[in-house]
Design a protein around this ligand. Sequence first.
Ligand code: NDP
Ligand code: ZN
Length: 346
Amino acid sequence: MLGIGKVGWIEKEAPVAGPYDAIVKPLAVAPCTSDIHTVWEGALGDRKDLILGHEAVGEVVEVGSEVKDFKVGDRVIVPAITPDWRSEAVAQGYPQHSGGMLAGWKFSNFKDGVFAEEFHVNDADMNLAIMPKGMSLEQAVMLPDMAPTGIQGAELARIKPGETVAVIGIGPVGLMSVAGAAILGAGRLFAVGNRQVCADLATEYGATDIIDYKKGDIVEQILKATGGKGVDATVIAGGASDSLGQAIEMTRPGGTISNVNYFGSGDSIPIPRLAWGNGMSHKDIRGGLVAGGRLKMEQMVNLAVYNRIQPEKMVTHVFDGFENMEKALLLMKEKPKDLIKPVVLL
Ligand code: NDP
Ligand code: ZN
């Protein structure tokens, strides 16, 4: 990122590992919709000459003197969020906010990201996970961000077996929320999107009803389908600035609204007063950045290896080499009909 709205290539000094750190050479990377918010909406404020990217798997090329569990040559999964584990926020149970709100998200936020020949990982023992032998790069690179973020959306929604759930947005994050909701036991499962390629995969991942937001108001469609009752829980994993209001309207009193969407613009997000029971509806609004770190990555590996999730099915476009990086990033911006997620192999 050269500046807001501008991308290109820059030369930087090679990173150096501190005693607890590692340097990793990427083997596969993926652009994220968050990179698009960051560059084209300037959602994090101005950033100059910042290396983008926070989804990577790679090979360790250097480790610090105190790193115990990783060595040069290991193939690793690198979480998008790499907390500082010796921090008050970790003691409070929120590693993603170590160092300040959202500050566990370092790559392509305030630290150079992974779209580079080599990148730096803080606290390697706590932030890296071994990539299992035989796991495809396409599957592995869906684990740093897409799988844990989407699944966290379902967890935050406190879904109980047999409940009726809606997932707003079925890009790669929302698709993983659909998969997560199915794992947690959702009964009826609405998936809101438009593009057919996403709707088909949502159905495969467990959605029972596809709601097309271009074919009428989604609140009306879901209220009608549930006989006016609404759903028990809604996960927001995409959409526009009115998604929160829609989620509140379609969720029953006492239900839960969970958000993993990145609201990239505007100073405030509206809450419809009446649908929120004038503030007394017991509709619980939750939202969060994914936790990141080694343990989360190992849990994602466990889900993938034992076939509870198949995130590689979201990879619709595979490119080779850094020369195709910009093309992959721009695809993520333009979201053509046949795209779910692009990956670049290096
Ligand atoms: P995509 O853009 O690929 O998917 C967005 C989805 O929302 C699509 O299904 C799209 O439908 C749908 N959509 C668009 N407009 C509307 C609307 N008005 N109403 C309802 N649905 C709509 O995004 P990703 O899946 O890649 O990411 C989703 C969000 O998650 C992004 O904001 C991203 O920045 C954020 N994110 C958050 C993270 C976290 O840690 N919390 C980490 C990673 C990402 P269609 O395309 O078919 O028209
Ligand atoms: Zn991301």
